[in-house]
Design a protein around this ligand. Sequence first.
Ligand SMILES: Nc1ncnc2c1ncn2[C@@H]1O[C@H](COP(=O)(O)OP(=O)(O)OP(=O)(O)O)[C@@H](O)[C@H]1O
Ligand SMILES: [Mg+2]
Length: 276
Amino acid sequence: MTKRPQLIIDGLKATVEGKEILKGLSLSINGGEVHAIMGPNGTGKSTLASTLMGHPKYEVTGGSVSLNDEDVLEMATDERARAGLFLAMQYPSEITGVTNADFLRSAINARRGEGNELSLIKFIRQMEAKMKDLEMNPEFMHRYLNEGFSGGEKKRNEILQMMMLEPKIVILDEIDSGLDIDALRIVAEGVNAMRSEDRGFLIITHYQRLLNYIKPDFVHVMMQGRIVKSGGPELAERLENEGYDWIKEELGIVDERVGQDEEEFKMPMNTTAPKF
Ligand SMILES: Nc1ncnc2c1ncn2[C@@H]1O[C@H](COP(=O)(O)OP(=O)(O)OP(=O)(O)O)[C@@H](O)[C@H]1O
Ligand SMILES: [Mg+2]
């Protein structure tokens, strides 16, 4: 039996271009659990996702991240993927010259390791079956990765990758943005079908609507680069009805964003603006 995955983030701090964005964030995700992170714009949610995957722009300056006792921060991005971390990005990149099928097959085989590669025929059968589940046109197999894909097609394609790669820890950054109502249901069904004791989820979203389809076990609110409140699904419902002001009042937070240049903000807006 394989060990249930456990991702432990402890006091994580990270900077981008010299600005501290993550300010000591702690969160543990176990196999079988779905955690949702909500929070106003610019509070560090995507930065957390990118930092967990080892994006080179984000420099870790404190804290630790482990996956089943292995030090994730020591690993290169491809090693993190092989260890079972997966991120569906808020803005997936387009890669010209690499087809969707080529990309996925290399990713799967890199994960399976030498000598254990999936045969071409099995790979194609699996990819076709999953694309059918996601109601994707088979032509997407041979299109260049995300090139010219509509917003919703990109998101569906991210879910296809998740289904094919069978990761241990899945991070979905605004997977619901840009999806039409039917696509939202299809994507959510894809995620729900992947829920198991062997897999944990971190779902970043702005809307309760997604969480109606994918029921989270825990809901966390992120402000100022850390988690400031946690609860169950009822927390997301309260946010949907009341917004974030009550949390800011409760915690005495004036500006929930991170990485803002305070000096710049103090400056009167029109001191240097040209007069017309
Ligand atoms: N690569 C980068 N270069 C410069 N600034 C960055 C970079 N990445 C993040 N930031 C800054 O860090 C702050 C947090 O950004 P982040 O994308 O993590 O927010 P978010 O919580 O995901 O917001 P949203 O809900 O709008 O997606 C922002 O002020 C952003 O401009
Ligand atoms: Mg974001």
